[in-house]
Ligand binder design. Sequence first.
Ligand code: BGC
Length: 522
Amino acid sequence: MAGGGFVVGDGQKAYPGKLTPFVLFTCVVAAMGGLIFGYDIGISGGVTSMPSFLRRFFPSVYRKQQADATTNQYCQYDSPTLTLFTSSLYLAALISSLVASTVTRKFGRRLSMLFGGILFCAGALINGFAKHVWMLIVGRILLGFGIGFANQAVPLYLSEMAPYKYRGALNIGFQLSITIGILVAEVLNYFFAKIKGGWGWRLSLGGAVVPALIITLGSLVLPDTPNSMIERGQHEEAKTKLRRIRGVDDVSQEFDDLVAASKESQSIEHPWTNLLRRKYRPHLTMAIMIPFFQQLTGINVIMFYAPVLFNTIGFTTDASLMSAVVTGSVNVAATLVSIYGVDKWGRRFLFLEGGTQMLICQAVVAACIGAKFGVDGTPGELPKWYAIVVVTFICIYVAGFAWSWGPLGWLVPSEIFPLEIRSAAQSITVSVNMIFTFIIAQIFLTMLCHLKFGLFLVFAFFVIVMSIFVYIFLPETKGIPIEEMGQVWRSHWYWSRFVEDGEYGNGVEMGKSSSNQGTKHV
Ligand code: BGC
């Protein structure tokens, strides 16, 4: 029988176990991986709008920025090296997450987290002490390697540690820690930018050492997951640990299923080709389209470049950084709304509501910027009300993302994959996310320069497409146990043609037939 947390017979089978202080502690510590990811997202935009940083490393950008406001404002930040600084991290993360999948499987989740923490530390230090652009890029690449390891291992760690009943909440907890990381970075940028002498950017970049140390030390005190111990043949230790984690003595049912899952998982030679089977078409589609659309909302334009963007529309550096703090706070608060509402209102409602909200805001922001900057990018004097209107609509946009595509972009893939493809499909989701984060980070400033206010209309177009996609193709998954998810595809007007009755290889059929179908255990 496939394991990985629970199994299903005719009725539902539930493992005994509570949300013990021990499991809470381990999950909170592990979720710090999200904090580091968020810190990186938040820090880059702020630093790249600090004049002292630009003057030192990107003098041509600095000169354009200092030129008077009659020059084309859309293009003042258009520099391939500047965007490489931001986006190199995501490419590095993409590559290292592939390496990390082997480390995580063969040596345990903890070791990957430890590697992640150490690489982070190294990257943060090189960045903090950087004297040349190449040091900045090398530092970013190391940070990216760190993120790749941490992001590969932490979600696995959380979902293996968490009692299945709390897995959803812990999932969005990871997104919450990303948003907190972004906010902390933005607040620090705001204060560090004020430091006289203009070396505050060193503290902003070097500050990544703090969350890096937390995850490094955390990984040293955290136990490895029972699943991982079993995979590496440490059965007795795993059983003892499982008792401690679940806070109950009788864990034999869950333990036996974990052992069986591990056996099945090891019998699979080609989890990737398994994923290409016709019956997994809906899952593969969602594994690719959900992270693709999440990035095509344009959210990271705001996350990476909010201060730059606010600067472009006429804010001073100080006001730009402050506005980024405001959007960061909205991001955290709206994520809490999602935690509260996701199981009440459903995923589809949040996706569609959030999409509509983002669409309206993108149209308003495009109109505002178009009206004042025109096509030549020369705004002249900008009134205060104008800036307030733009920031307000950007905040409403961020809130729309933060309670829809933000958390759901991670939650929905993780809950729709049946066990036997879960690990491979989740890797695809992570990789697609990183590739498109990289692409957006790399081309945004050039696109702003060429498409001008029309850039916001490009993202608006994608929001329309993704909302229609969700409306037509994504079934509601609220309140449905993961192991019974097959029914949502079987009863779907389109996906039912791929997922025939009895063909869905989830825990139910596998349990009943003891089939030797591929189970890749997560
Ligand atoms: C996305 C990130 C984004 C963040 C913003 C995450 O879900 O994957 O790309 O920067 O949300 O809060």
